[in-house]
Write a protein that binds this ligand. Structure first.
Ligand SMILES: Cc1cc2nc3c(=O)[nH]c(=O)nc-3n(C[C@H](O)[C@H](O)[C@H](O)COP(=O)(O)O)c2cc1C
Length: 187
C-alpha cells in the first residue's frame, strides 16, 4: 500500500485501515505523501506510527534494497495499491523510471504481473497524463480516478471517501461494508 503526494491521502488511509483489519500490509509513503498528509490531515511524519497496527509494516521509500524491490518477493503479495497516486508517480511508472521504492515496486509489479491499482488524482488531465495512463493500462495496471458516486446518497465526506476506498478494495476481493451496493436491500 503506497501513499504519494496527490490530494486525497484520506483515501489511502481508509484503504489502509480496512486492509489491515485482516491482512498484513506493507506501507510506503513518498516524501511528498508526507507533505500532503500533514497539509490535509494534520498528520506529521512522526505521528504516522499512531495510525499503524501490528498488521502494518512501514517501509522507508528510500530503501531501494528492500526485499519488496525484488520480483521473487513481490509475487508473494496479493498486489500493490497506490492511493492516491500523483501524476509524478504515474509518470515514473509509465516510463519505467525508479526514483524511489514506490516506483520500483510498481515497475516490478508490472513485469511480474502482480495486480497494480493506481488511484490517481488530478484535475483536469493534460495529454501527457492521459498518455501515461494509457501506457500503464496497456502494461497491465488498473487505472482509476478517485471518483465518488452519488447514487448511494452520500451524506458526508466520509461516505464519499468510503465509496472510493470500497471500490478499490472490491478489485482485490477484500470484504468490507464501506458503501451500500447498488440496489442493496431492495432485492
Ligand atoms: C497539498 C498538495 C496537493 C497536491 N495535490 C496533487 C494532486 O492532486 N495530484 C498530483 O498529481 N499532484 C499533487 N500535488 C503535487 C505533488 O505532490 C508533486 O507533484 C510531487 O512531486 C509528487 O511526488 P510523489 O509522486 O513522489 O509523491 C500536490 C502537492 C501538494 C503540496
Amino acid at each position: 500500500m503506497c501513499i504519494t503526494g496527490a490530494s486525497g491521502v484520506r483515501y489511502g488511509l481508509k484503504i489502509l485501515e480496512e486492509l489491515s483489519k485482516n491482512n498484513f500490509v506493507y506501507l510506503l509513503i513518498s516524501d511528498n505523501g508526507y507533505v500532503v498528509l500533514d497539509r490535509e490531515e494534520g498528520i506529521s511524519r512522526k505521528d504516522i506510527k499512531n495510525l499503524i497496527n501490528e498488521n502494518v509494516k512501514l517501509i522507508n521509500v528510500k530503501d531501494i534494497s528492500s526485499t519488496l524491490a525484488s520480483g521473487s518477493r513481490l509475487i508473494e503479495t496479493k498486489g500493490v495499491i497506490v492511493a492516491p497516486c500523483s501524476m509524478n508517480t504515474l509518470a515514473n511508472i509509465a516510463n519505467g523510471v525508479s526514483q524511489n521504492l514506490i516506483h520500483r515496486i510498481c515497475d516490478v509489479a508490472l513485469k511480474e504481473k502482480v495486480p497494480l491499482y493506481l488511484l490517481i488524482r488530478e484535475m483536469p488531465f493534460s495529454l501527457i497524463h492521459i498518455e501515461n495512463m494509457k501506457k500503464v493500462a496497456l502494461a497491465g495496471a488498473i487505472v482509476s480516478s478517485a471518483s465518488p458516486a452519488f447514487y448511494h446518497n452520500p451524506k458526508t465526506v466520509e461516505d464519499m471517501v468510503n465509496f472510493v476506498a470500497g471500490k478499490v478494495l472490491d478489485f482485490f476481493k477484500v470484504k468490507h461494508n464501506l458503501y451500500k451496493r447498488w440496489k442493496e436491500n431492495e432485492d
